[in-house]
Design a protein. Structure first.
Lengths: 100, 657, 167
């Protein structure tokens, strides 16, 4: 069997890569996708734990995470469309009207 | 014992306070008649109440000391300063003088101020003054006395600066208050010292505790000496002695009734009252007594020399007041407290009369105050002339008028104490000078050639409400001293006997002479005093009536002396240069420019600037740049994770080593 | 090296490669496709762990709906290659070290403590799907109903947001 740590380390690596992309990319859509990557990493951890403990709660929670991610993606993409309409650009650094 | 008024002793000061409040708050719209009624009514009723209180004190209580606590004002730990009023023989004298003379001056003011603006304001302030002065003399502890002390200073400031649109008047008001404050500083220190030593400021308790203390000799600066000297410093400020007398001549900027009431009869005598009241403290200290006597004597002589050459009629009287106050302090300083208070009373009569009559003259001359522009008025304003002449005879010390008895007692006491001969000589010389300058005033004002233009000045006698008080005061100036008169024919001195219980523990002069020899000495001294007065009279007569031109000649030949005297020994200028100017420079350059602007404003502005600077730094986190926000999110998540995983990380680090 | 382990490493490696690709690609469409790769690999891993239902949902919902939505939007907005703008200084200097630190700390924590997890299981849970559904309708019924409400709200939000402005 695959030890639990392996899954968890993989989850950590994916999470870290998602964080890197979150910080470094300039395209809003790409940033959003990195968030999805992070969520997936977390899902992996949940399922791994569920298998390790023999209980099924982890998988139930994964379902909820996926549902929420779907809802969030819908709304988020709507916002991205609006940003494109208003700023004529998908560069996140152009969305800076809140600066003091 | 039924003493209804004594039980309500507070009503004596309360009535003028009520008058002041009514006139002050509502007087602006009221016609003069109503203002008059309120003010005169308040003072008059207060006088009647004082009379009744005195009657009860003397006849019903048989002069037994009366003290009543009305309410607790300050209670702090074991210290209690209540609003307590007392009545003893000294208070009797003071309260009758204050209310009686005050009432007469109020009547006079209704005539004098009739055409002045701010009529209601004048009477409101005058009543306010009466209130504070009565609090001062009726108080049973130093705290209540000090309330009155400060209050009369305030009233004096308000009244001196009554014509506040005139710069000289408002400056004079400020000067009076500030110089008074310097004295008050000493007074307060004295009070603190007394409280610290005796833990009470009540007169009765404090004097009872101080009585058994040992007498402190010359040069010993024990507690009682220091306290007495500090209290005397306050008295110097209030009663215009050296070196704090400079405010009194300037105070003549106020209306003449103010000069009469405050700067002749009552407020300036508060210092003498304090010294007399604290006689037990002073007599326990030889140093303090010597200081009081010397300062009083020196002031008397000093002020008299200045008064010799002044040309403003009110200034002459002002310096005369300073001089006579010096006599009172001389009396107290040589142990004759009763004589000092006696002179206080007689001086109140004739000095108030002199001022009021001078006011009448000024009123007759349409505002002219310079004696060089008067002359030959004796036939034209007869009542004023005769009353003023009476007062002059009294102040010069001619028997049997009041001033003779009181001044004679003081000089006699000065002669008889050890080492008092120099004081006696100076005092006698001052009496001569007093007589001279007072008669100079009379001759210049009322006799001789007319030195004014009749077309511009219509000399007219004053109205009845001004002349009435003049006459009353003239009568008092004549008979006021007769209480002590019998002592000249080996009879009792009623006044001294009356006051004896108050000063009983004071160290009276011990005459080594026998009874008869003492009596003979008295008569000799009295004769010498009268002789001095006559010399002064004749000199003035000769100089100003017979040889008119001689004064100018003398002035020219003694030009240096004359100019020094005329310019008041340049004391004001010296004070200005030595004290005022450096203080102003210090205040402007150091206290204002450095402490206030740089330090205080700098600190406050600095805090504001600091807040702004902090804001400047911290607002960089709100850059509006989403990517930096993203980084902060990661930082936050990292922090939380590290906190949660800390044991594992530690174990990892430990295991790796 | 058991077959299970081998499959695990293959799938894991692919997932990591996909994630790297997502980070390093310039065009968003390439990033999207990389993400799809990652998701498929993860679905494979779920299958390996015996969570069939989750794997199915992952493919259908995540891969088939969400990623399709992403690709729709990328094509709708005509997203081009990324420009190189450089406004955030802090991201430039502190971003990479921080992200790496994040990864390292999680991994470290996980690696050391994983041994403490008393894994009585480590085998495939039989009838997982049945258990999931019974749990959804018994213990977690309240959150389950709420998620449907959440989806309704999201739909309305998306509709409102994307409306054309009324002229």
């Amino acid at each position: 069997m695959v030890p639990l740590q392996y899954y968890l380390v993989l989850s950590a690596i994916l999470f870290g890569l998602g964080a890197v992309a979150f910080v470094f990319k300039r395209n809003i859509i790409t940033i959003f996708m990195s968030i999805e990557l992070m969520l997936n990493a977390v899902n992996l951890a949940f399922v791994a734990f569920s298998q390790a403990f023999g209980k099924v709660h982890g998988q139930v929670f994964v379902l909820f995470v996926i549902v929420v991610a779907a809802a969030e993606a819908a709304v988020g993409l709507g916002i991205i469309i609006l940003i494109q309409r208003n700023r004529q650009s998908l560069n996140v650094e152009k969305v800076n009207l809140l600066k003091l | 014992m039924q003493t209804p008024i004594l039980d309500l002793l507070w009503i004596i000061p309360a009535l003028p306070l009520l008058g002041a409040a009514i006139n002050g708050l509502f007087g602006k719209g009221l016609p003069n008649k109503i203002v008059n009624t309120v003010a005169l009514g308040a003072t008059g009723l207060s006088f009647l109440a004082a009379l009744e209180a005195v009657r009860e004190f003397i006849y019903i209580r048989n002069q037994e000391f009366f003290r009543k606590e009305f309410f607790d004002w300050i209670v702090a730990g074991s210290f209690r300063a209540g609003f307590d009023l007392q009545m003893d023989q000294l208070t009797v004298v003071m309260v009758l003088v204050v209310t009686g003379v005050g009432f007469l001056i109020h009547i006079y003011s209704t005539g004098y101020m009739a055409h002045e603006g701010g009529y209601y304001r004048f009477f409101s302030y005058l009543n306010l003054f009466m209130f504070f002065m009565l609090i001062l003399v009726l108080g049973a502890n130093y705290v209540v006395l000090f309330v009155g002390w400060e209050g009369v200073g305030l009233a004096s400031y308000l009244l001196i600066g009554f014509y506040f649109l005139r710069k000289s008047a408002s400056d004079a008001g400020k000067k009076a208050f500030i110089v008074n404050r310097i004295g008050d500083f000493g007074f307060m220190l004295g009070m603190f010292l007394l409280f610290r030593t005796f833990h009470t400021l009540d007169f009765h308790e404090l004097f009872a505790k101080a009585e058994p203390w040992a007498r402190e000799g010359w040069g010993v600066f024990g507690t009682l000496t220091v306290a007495s000297l500090l209290l005397f410093m306050g008295a110097c400020g209030k009663s215009a002695q050296l070196p704090l007398y400079v405010w009194l001549p300037d105070a003549m900027e106020g209306p003449t009734p103010v000069s009469a009431l405050i700067h002749a009869a009552t407020m300036v005598t508060a210092g003498v009252y304090v010294v007399a009241r604290s006689s037990i403290l002073f007599t326990h200290s030889e140093t303090a007594m010597v200081v009081v006597a010397i300062v009083g004597c020196a002031t008397a002589f000093f002020a008299a020399t200045i008064g010799l050459v002044q040309t403003d009629i009110k200034r002459v009287l002002a310096y005369s007041t300073v001089s006579q106050l010096g006599y009172m302090f001389l009396g107290c300083g040589v142990g004759a407290f009763g004589a000092g208070i006696f002179h206080l009373m007689t001086h109140a009569f004739f000095k108030a009369l002199l001022f009021l009559a001078a006011g009448s003259v000024i009123h007759a001359m349409g505002g002219e105050q310079d004696m060089r522009h008067m002359g030959g008025l004796s036939k034209k304003i007869k009542v004023t002339y005769w009353t003023m002449l009476t007062a002059t005879l009294a102040i010069a010390g001619f028997p049997p008028l009041a001033g003779f008895f009181s001044k004679d007692q003081i000089l006699g006491a000065a002669y008889q104490i050890p080492g008092g001969h120099p004081l006696y000589v100076v005092g006698l010389l001052t009496a001569l000078l007093t007589s001279f300058y007072m008669f100079r005033l009379i001759f210049l004002t009322f006799h001789g050639k007319q030195r004014y233009d009749e077309h511009h000045v219509h000399v007219h006698e004053s109205p009845g409400n001004m002349l009435g008080p003049l006459v009353v005061l003239a009568v008092l100036s004549v008979i006021g001293g007769w209480m002590a008169a019998p002592s000249f024919w080996s009879g009792p001195d009623h006044f001294a006997n009356f006051l004896a219980p108050v000063f009983s523990s004071a160290h009276e002069t011990e005459g080594a002479l026998s009874e008869a020899a003492a009596h003979q000495l008295e008569l000799i001294l009295a004769g010498v005093a009268v002789a001095a007065a006559l010399i002064g009279f004749f000199t003035a007569f000769w100089l100003y009536l017979r040889q008119s031109g001689k004064p100018e000649q003398i002035a020219k030949s003694l030009k240096g002396v004359y100019t020094t005297l005329y310019n008041k020994y340049y004391v004001d200028e010296v004070y200005g240069a030595v004290i005022v100017k450096p203080l102003l420079a210090l205040s402007t350059n150091v206290l204002w420019k450095v402490v206030d602007v740089q330090m205080i404003d700098g600190t406050v502005n600095g805090i504001a600037d600091g807040a702004t600077a902090t804001g400047d730094v911290t607002r960089r986190t709100q850059s509006g740049n989403t990517r930096s926000y993203a980084v902060w999110v990661v930082v936050g998540a990292l922090t939380v994770l590290i906190i949660i995983f800390w044991p594992a990380i530690k174990a990892l680090a430990g295991g790796a080593q | 090296m058991t077959p299970v382990l081998l499959i695990f490493f293959v799938l894991a490696g692919l997932a990591v490669l996909g994630a790297l690709s997502l980070v390093l690609q310039k065009h968003p469409i390439h990033s999207a496709l990389s993400l799809i790769v990652v998701m498929v690999c993860l679905a494979g891993l779920y299958l390996l762990m015996g969570a069939e239902f989750v794997a199915a949902v992952q493919i259908i919902v995540y891969g088939g709906a969400i990623m399709v939505l992403f690709i729709f939007v990328i094509m709708l907005l005509n997203a081009g290659e990324e420009e190189r703008t450089d406004f955030s200084k802090i991201a430039k200097f502190a971003g990479l070290p921080l992200a790496l630190a994040l990864t390292a700390s999680i991994a470290a924590g996980v690696a050391k403590s994983g041994a403490n997890v008393a894994g009585s299981g480590q085998q495939v849970i039989p009838g997982a799907t049945g258990q999931i559904s019974s749990m959804l309708f018994k213990e977690f019924v309240y959150p389950f109903e709420l998620t449907s409400f959440l989806i309704l709200v999201a739909i309305m939000g998306a509709l409102v947001l994307a409306q054309r402005e009324k002229k």
